[in-house]
Design a protein around this ligand. Sequence first.
Ligand code: NAP
Length: 458
Amino acid sequence: MSAPRRRVAIVGAGPAGAYAAGQLLASRQRPEVDLFERLPTPWGLLRGGVAPDHQEIKALDKLFEEEVMRPGCRFFGNVELGTDITHDDLLRHYSAVIYAVGAQTDKSLGIEGEDLPGSLPATDFVGWYNGHPDRRALAPDLNVRRAVIIGNGNVAADVARVLTRDVTELERTDIADHALAALRESTIEEVVVLGRRGPAQAAFTNAELRELGHMDGVGLRVAPEEIELDALSQEWLDGEASFTARQNVKLLSEFAQRPAGDAARRIELRFLRSPVAILGDARVEAIEVARNELYRDDGGAIRARSTEGVETIECGLILRSVGYRAVPLPGVPFDERNYVLPNERGRVLDAASGRPAPGVYAVGWIKRGPTGILGTNKRDAAETVACLIEDLDAGAVPDPPHAGAASIDALLAERKPGHVTFDGWRAIDRHEVDRGRTDDRPRVKLSDPDELIAAAGG
Ligand code: NAP
């Protein structure tokens, strides 16, 4: 008689968790996988992060459906770690637990006025236009003329596009209805994107920067003086700079040579600027911005520091797009300096001994920090899954006291009777896709948790 299949819990059903689940199910050991998710819906940032005008990326959900929603894998949506189920519960029921919870909050700037109405984390704005249940009530005021985005990574590019794109283009996407309604009434004409370092250090990837320069009805402005390279950047570009950085500089030079044009809406890129204070009585009215210069720190990294010059930019909306940040998980070791689970190739390290904690693993942003594009998670998951399989083979993972699937079912029946299964998600999916049919949209999302649960049949 063959040994019973081992059972693995994955916490977080975003791209990293989905890749890990698919790879485990396809592995030689073929463990059974239970996928736990705080929201009633799977696929994490694919649904709640990727911008609605990037539907071709969102189509990755078909791959996840194929690779993950198959025999041997179950979904427990609407189940929250720490509230409905604990780390210890998972260790008692599974041979291994993989954390794939991503980075749940945003980095703050620590400047005066940061919390004035009208100043928002870009990550909240992203959740709002994507119908994330936690952000549906955000109601940003778009009845302003100029918005300023702080940071120049791909999230900044996403929000700059969504703020300026012709609404008729968004009407055919899965953007949340509340966002579509607000964008129809938006009076925003100009979005200024501020990078704290120079053009060579912009965090955009090439495709995202190129796209900003090729939007119908939107002018991209890059003043030639903004992209003059200082000696340090020039030396860096001639030497160790990445291909992405070189291409970005080329693209920016092309954009800077374009005539100003008379587009109704504009995106303007500025560099070497750091926010100093956000000004306004009852809400955002302006932002004070310092001029920066670049220097190498003791470790050789190129950093920005402020110089004397300060300018004021009038604006009514500020989106702080300076990166995501992970939060500690109850009962799981956490690296407070790097905001990740301390790990070696995905094996989570015990806080006291510094050695791998048997049966505990990490993938995605909670493992490596909030970097890389969606596809990066495939490689990342492969590394963790390989370590897990190696540990299973070597007998380095203890058998849990309650190994059978029935005992976790009994626990959840008691703790979270309203959890959502893959059948529940299929029902939500059908409902949303049906709602989209009349308007030729891929889906019309539900964002109210009660409506989602009801649509799941719970
Ligand atoms: P990101 O790429 O790390 O960019 C963060 C930006 O914030 C950088 O420009 C950074 O400047 C700046 N910043 C950080 N702290 C700051 C401060 N105190 N003051 C001023 N500026 C500050 O992060 P992200 O845009 O949130 O994206 C997260 C990850 O998701 C990235 O890997 C991104 O590529 C990925 N993503 C991909 C897509 C896509 O593929 N289309 C879409 C969205 C997101 P410094 O460089 O100087 O630190």
